[in-house]
Every structure is written in C-alpha cells, then in structure tokens.
Design a protein. Sequence first.
Length: 387
Amino acid sequence: MAEAFLEKQQSVDIRVCDIWGKPFDGLAPFLGNKQGKMKVLMVHGVGNHWPGYSTQFVEKLAKELDLPVMSAQYKNISLTSRLDSSKNLGNLRINRLLSKDKSRELMFYELTWSAITAKQKEVLAYDNSGEYSFRRAEVNDLMKKFSNDTSPDPIIYLGESREDILVSFGQSLCWMTKSNWADLPDDVKQACSFNDDTIATNMRIDQYAFISHSLGSRIIIDGMQRIASLLDKRNVEFSDALKNKEIPIYMMSNQLPMLQLGRKLPDVSNQKAVYCQPNGEKYNQRMLSKTPIIAFSDPNDLLSYAIPHGFVEKYLDSRLCVDVTNVNINVATIFDAFGLGKLANPIDAHVGYDTDNRVIALIAKGIGNQNTAKIVNDRCRWVETID
C-alpha cells in the first residue's frame, strides 16, 4: 500500500519552477558561429569526483541541443602549475559535440579538481570504516558518509589549498581559450600559459560559458577575479578581449551567500554603474562586459541559497558586471509522508540539478526567447525583471 501511495504521488509532477530575472538565450544561439567556437567549462562542487562525472549531464545537454555526433575519444590533460610542475591540480577532460551536418559545434570542458583536497580529507577516513559506521542506523550512516565527503571542502578551500584550486581553474580557462580541438594535447601533464599569441585571438571570436555546482560557484567567481588581476598588466591584449566578453555562469546548487561568510568584502563594490555603463568613469577598468548569473536553488537543498537583493552590489566585485536570475526549482521529488507533512530527500535536492530536464532546457535554450524549450514554457513560471 505504501509503495502504491508513493508511486501515485510521483505520477503527477507538481514540482515548483519559478524564475525571476531578465531573458537569457542559453547556449543554443552560439553553436553555429562560423568564426569561433562555443566552449563550456564545468566546475564541480564539494565531494570527491572522478573524470567523467559530467557524462549524464553532457548527454542530456547534447540531446536538448540536437547534437547527436560526438568525438570518438575524450582528451585528457593532467593539470599542473607553471611554477611547480610536480603539483597535481586535477584533470581537464574535453569532449566535442556536433550536429548531424557538422554545422553546429560545442566543446565541453570538465574540470575535476577534487584531487587537491582528497589527501586532506583522509583525516576523516577512519569514521567511514566498519569500526565506526556499523554503530549507526543505516540512513544515518549514509548521511554521515555524505557529510564526511562534502563538508570538509569549503573549510579546506578557505585554507592553503584555495590557491591551488584557483590555479586549477585558471589552467582550465587557459586551455579552453588557447586551443581548438585539433590543437589540444591528450594524455599529458602540462601547464598552459596565458602569454600564448592565440589566447587573445580566440577570446575575441569564441563564445564561453561556465557551469558550476555548489562550491564551484565560488571557485569560478574567485578564479575570474584572480585571472583579471594577474593579467591586467602582463597580457594587455587578452585583458582587453576579456573586457568585451559576456560570459554567463549557470550555478547549480548555488552557495555564494554561505561561502561569503567570514570573507572580507571585495576591493571594488557598490560601483556597478561606474564600471559597467559605457559612460562610466572606469568603464575601461571592467573585467568583463557582463556576467549573467543564473542561480538554480532547490529550497529543500540544505546547502543551496538564492542570491538576495543587494548581495551582488555588496559582496561581488563590481568589475564583473553581474546580473542575476534566480531559479527556484524543486529537483527532488516531494512526498506526502502519510499525513505527517511533506518530505523531500535533502541529498537528492543537492545532487539532482544536472539530471533535471528543466534545468538542462534552461541552460540549453534559456527563457524569454523564441527558442525556449516547451518544458520550460509549460512547467516554469517566469517573472521578468527590468532595470
């Protein structure tokens, strides 16, 4: 009876999808760029990950974008530092997706940085052993192991490993801008340099987007600020090309508000008009032309937060020129627990974004345009915001 009751609830999907923000196009309009390529970098969040973690997401994204042709093999680059080649900064896996007639193309870059924090998390390994785990109730043991895998990463990120993680992101962006498919190395441990002549050229003609999960949202924001500060004087051509780019960030299980706790304010804040308006006094000192943030948050995800009014102005660098679209979406199924109240699995609510068809459709085709997916039009409520 209980099984039949739960199956009946699942048969009618009434999960929430509410969107507040400006229209956005998603990835689809940029796939047929004859001059440059559409390149997407995915950055995972807390927890140990292995290369290939994005496979299901990539396959669902390819289907939504009608890209049925895929490269026969991935390309893998073991990331390291230009200053210390002995460091293991994770793995960058690259995949190439194309339309049937090869006229549309997407290059997908998957960063796996968790090797940087894995060694430090071994301190808690004993707690997952049979010596301790058998003493817990089964569900509690599952949640404790999940906590041991995920909770340390934000703490470690605030320590010495933060710089290595940001260098890992920077190296990924460097490889993404430096090379097209034929020029990418494979199965090598190699550092990339932003001083390469092709970097600025590709930045001007290619289109870019970032996709993150949980802690990955903070890594991308911090990583872009770090790159901009380092390159401002070293590589003027690349810095100038970056200033004219609009690079959206699709943040799944966004954690920016929580990860702001204990951090000092950015060097430049509350000055968006000065840096982002063409008539602004410091318009030439911006980092990017525009950074649209599409923040996906399940209210039943204990580790995710919407971006509240005023957060961008106070806590994010004004030079990024950020605009926010909040997506309040149930990615976990909500059950009526036999009259005791409604229930959603908080773990499913944290990890379910990259397999949710509405999330995939919003990233692929956006909202408020003629290409918006039917599932988004049918299942999501959009409140358009204006300046």
